[in-house]
Design a binder for this molecule. Structure first.
Ligand SMILES: Cc1cc2nc3c(=O)[nH]c(=O)nc-3n(C[C@H](O)[C@H](O)[C@H](O)COP(=O)(O)OP(=O)(O)OC[C@H]3O[C@@H](n4cnc5c(N)ncnc54)[C@H](O)[C@@H]3O)c2cc1C
Length: 414
């Protein structure tokens, strides 16, 4: 059956880790209070991984924060992701992206400890390392020629015999592979919910099912939001609404475009007899990625379809992904099919996320457009937005390259 996103399997979460017991505010009770009850220094619009990471960071600094989500926590792109934290394997053209990715991956490991101590929740975060395999010397040369990021990547070269020794489950004809031992992966829905839950435990308020959000600004800047549930006032509004961020910004005349890039994925499960054929590290190949997850499944992805916003999954895409995946990991042919899903990545015209203050409207911030690396960049985005809410400038943090108005300044948008 095709689903909107990978359900987070119950068995990965042990009964003590409270995933099921993620307590949302009792909406009926909370929303009967007078609108003026809803005051917070900072309101975050959007409960994906980015909004929840920001709520976590602000709450951990003792800031007063309210997050509003139109649907449920982790119901957008964050529930469709593969959860790879591919800081060394992604080929970032911009040096700030490369640095941010590296820092964020390490910060996520620190957050894991903090979240676990606070809530007992298991994020399925593991540092199992990624393998980028090649069929031939020619493929390796082409890969090296194309790559932007050549320095600072933590990797080892494995020749054929090392591959055969270290990854028994990988195609025996593999010419060689890069092995990146620091690479990690996480269960994205668990991460998002854990950020939200931890934020709540540190005093943040999380409201789901809040629709029709209208930003209220005047000549002094941000005043609050109007919603179908009432008005809520604040000093800072952070738009972390993924693909819908653009529409919200439009309400107040700010133009920060983003466009959809659909991705399809599927999950398989190895049977007990095939235990030796199951990958124990992520395969990050040119044509497919294969990610063994903490829940026992192996996730295979992903297609990239610019301009598509629908959640259908095509047989053709599944055939292509399974073909590529079973070339690298032949055991996949015998594995059980579990499910397939599609999600929509929020991309921007220059491929960089919008993270920072919106010039001209005091108190308004953007945190969206993380395209194919929002899970990876969640932790650092939370840290930077919290720094700015506390008064630091983008220059001081060194992230002017992600400034929301950069495209206007460069004349990309007229
Ligand atoms: C197939 C696929 C694979 C991917 N794999 C990876 C990966 O391996 N690693 C990685 O780092 N990234 C990956 N990504 C990218 C990652 O999923 C996204 O970058 C990330 O989830 C974006 O998070 P977000 O919080 O900005 O957006 P979302 O998760 O979309 O969250 C936005 C939230 O805002 C809410 N919202 C929208 N409008 C409003 C409104 N008006 N009022 C209130 N709430 C609103 C939505 O309901 C939604 O819950 C993948 C994406 C896809 C599709």
């Amino acid at each position: 059956m095709v689903q909107r996103g990978p359900s987070q399997p119950e068995e990965v979460i042990d009964s003590s880790c409270e995933q099921d017991k993620f307590k949302r505010l009792p909406l009926s009770e909370t929303l009967t209070k007078k609108p003026e009850t809803f005051h917070a220094e900072t309101i975050i619009v959007g409960g994906g991984v980015i909004g929840c990471a920001i709520a976590f960071e602000l709450a951990s600094r003792g800031q007063e924060v309210l997050l509003v989500e139109q649907s449920e926590i982790a119901s957008g792109a964050s529930c469709a992701a593969a959860g790879m934290l591919a800081a060394d394997s992604e080929d970032f053209a911009h040096p700030l992206m490369a640095q941010a990715a590296y820092d964020s991956r390490e910060l996520l490991h620190k957050h894991k400890e903090q979240i676990s101590a606070l809530t007992g929740m298991d994020l399925g975060l593991r540092r199992n390392g990624f393998i980028t395999p090649f069929r031939s010397y020619g493929d390796l040369s082409k890969y090296k020629d194309k790559r932007n990021t050549t320095s600072g990547v933590q990797q080892l070269w494995w020749d054929r015999s090392t591959v055969q020794r270290e990854a028994l489950w990988l195609n025996r004809d593999t010419y060689g592979a890069y092995y990146r031992s620091l690479e990690s992966e996480v269960l994205p829905v668990s991460l998002t919910r854990a950020y939200a839950r931890s934020a709540e435990m540190m005093g943040a308020r999380i409201l789901e099912g809040v629709q029709d959000v209208q930003l209220i600004v005047d000549k002094h800047g941000v005043q609050g939001i109007k919603t179908a549930k009432g008005e809520m006032c604040c000093k800072h509004i952070i738009i972390a609404a993924g693909l819908h961020g653009e529409q919200l910004m439009h309400q107040v005349g700010v133009v920060l475009p983003s466009s959809p890039v659909k991705g399809e994925m599927l999950a398989v499960r190895f049977t007990t007899d095939q235990a030796g054929g199951r990958p124990d590290r992520t395969v990050y190949a040119e044509d497919v990625y294969i990610v063994p997850k903490a829940n026992g499944e192996v996730w295979i992805g992903a297609t990239s379809l610019p301009g598509r916003k629908d959640h259908s999954v095509s047989a053709n895409s599944m055939q292509r992904l399974l073909g590529a995946a079973s070339y690298w990991v032949p055991g996949i042919k015998e594995a059980d099919f579990v499910r397939a899903w599609a999600g929509i990545r929020p991309s921007t015209p220059d491929g960089l996320p919008y993270i920072g203050k919106c010039e001209g409207i005091s108190g308004l911030y953007a945190a969206y457009g993380h395209f194919r690396n929002g899970i990876l960049l969640s932790a650092i985005t939370g840290r930077w937005i919290a720094d700015m809410v506390e008064g630091k400038s983008a220059e001081e943090i060194g992230i002017e390259a992600f400034s929301p108005e950069r495209l206007n300044r460069k004349g990309v948008m007229s």
